[in-house]
Design a protein around this ligand. Structure first.
Ligand SMILES: Cc1cc2nc3c(=O)[nH]c(=O)nc-3n(C[C@H](O)[C@H](O)[C@H](O)COP(=O)(O)O)c2cc1C
Ligand SMILES: CC(C)CC(=O)C(=O)O
Length: 339
């Protein structure tokens, strides 16, 4: 398979239709789901010539670590629905590629068993003691940052899942990181009353860097900086939460200018080609996250499938930099783009 698009098509044959829908789908009319990808296509590149070098440096630094390419694994639920080895395979592939996996609170593998360089994503639960326990587990397990999803005040209306009647995991699979201190697997709930003032409490329960995922408004980006967060992820949850949210690449420039380089800004949603990464970097993102392509790779061939996804992006990015006359990611700037 020679592109993420081919992997996406092939994955269909490896998944039960309702699981494919669960992974592929978005909320309501899936306007945002489509917009994320199509918005990248509307931005043109205007490459420079005769300014490249024999070798390109694809590495970037992120919260004090160097990652080999500016692509991290976005947190996605239920990897064992895609492949029996689930999150372990994903993590090993991320490790092999020299990047970070953001482990989902809804992972089907205990965070303690997931190897490599990981961050832990969570939604604050109405039972704050459960959240405290989860966060402390992740910290003990060696996760290097916390990723608080802030776009989950309610559960998105995913019509494919409603139509398919997909409302619980098959026997044998549970959200392992939803166990409470007594070992009981708790249901994921939402906390519509979560507020900026709660960030102080998260700081109290953990010393890890805190990244907010699901920032779309530049005023919220500024507010997040006022609250001392360590990073932001511009995300509309892959179109699975509020439908009609603007495409993330269209939201990015206002956020990066509000942040002014004070903390790293990541973007996810619709990244399928290295030229999407070039555009995001040119608009000030430090790195991008990929969600669904990882699940497609996993469904097709476990760890090797995810490795393929990451190596395709790496090869493409190396070529795109050469063709942009760039020798490193820092050579990519907004003057390479035409809207
Ligand atoms: C099947 C699936 C499960 C997801 N689960 C989570 C999750 O548990 N927590 C979270 O913050 N985001 C979750 N997301 C959103 C992703 O982190 C990411 O924002 C989105 O997938 C990026 O878009 P992309 O799939 O187009 O790359 C999920 C997305 C998908 C497709
Ligand atoms: C368990 C869900 C809340 C996971 C999620 O965020 C998603 O499916 O998009």
């Amino acid at each position: 398979m020679i592109s993420l698009r081919e992997l996406e098509n092939e994955a269909r044959a490896h998944l039960a239709p309702e699981v494919h829908d669960l992974f592929a789908g978005g909320a309501d009319d899936e306007i945002t789901l489509r917009a994320n990808e199509s918005a990248f296509a509307r931005i043109g590149l205007v490459p420079r010539v005769l300014s490249g070098s024999a070798e390109r440096d694809l590495s970037t630094s992120l919260l004090g670590r160097t990652i080999a390419l500016p692509v991290v694994i976005a947190p996605t639920a239920f990897h064992r629905l895609a492949h029996p080895d689930g999150e372990i395979s994903t993590a090993r592939a991320a490790q092999a590629a020299g990047t970070i996996m953001i482990v989902s609170m809804a992972a089907t593998t205990p965070v303690e068993e997931i190897p490599g360089d990981t961050w832990f994503q969570f939604n604050v639960q109405p039972d704050r003691e459960l959240t405290r326990y989860q966060v402390q587990r992740a910290e003990k397990a060696g996760c290097r940052a916390l990723v608080l999803s802030v776009d989950v005040a309610a559960f998105g209306h995913r019509e494919r899942d409603l139509r398919n009647g997909f409302d619980h995991l098959p026997d044998g699979l549970v959200c392992e990181n939803m166990r409470d201190a007594a070992g009981v697997v708790r249901r994921i709930e939402f906390a519509p009353d979560l507020a900026w003032s709660d960030l102080a409490w998260i700081r109290e329960i953990s010393a890890l860097p805190l990244v907010l995922k699901g920032i779309t408004h530049p005023a919220d980006a500024r507010r997040a900086l006022d609250h001392g967060v360590d990073g932001l992820i511009v995300s509309n949850h892959g179109g699975r939460q509020l439908d009609s949210v603007a495409a993330t690449i269209d939201l990015l420039p206002d956020i990066t200018s509000a942040v002014g380089g004070r903390v790293p800004v990541l973007l996810d949603g619709g990244v399928r080609r290295s030229t999407d990464i070039v555009k995001a970097r040119a608009l000030g993102a430090t790195a991008v996250g990929i969600g669904r392509p990882v699940l497609w790779g996993l469904a097709i061939d476990g760890q090797r499938g995810v490795e393929r996804v990451l190596s395709l992006l790496r090869e493409e990015l190396d070529r795109a930099l050469a063709l942009c006359g760039a020798s490193s990611l820092d050579d990519l700037s907004e003057d390479l783009l035409r809207w």
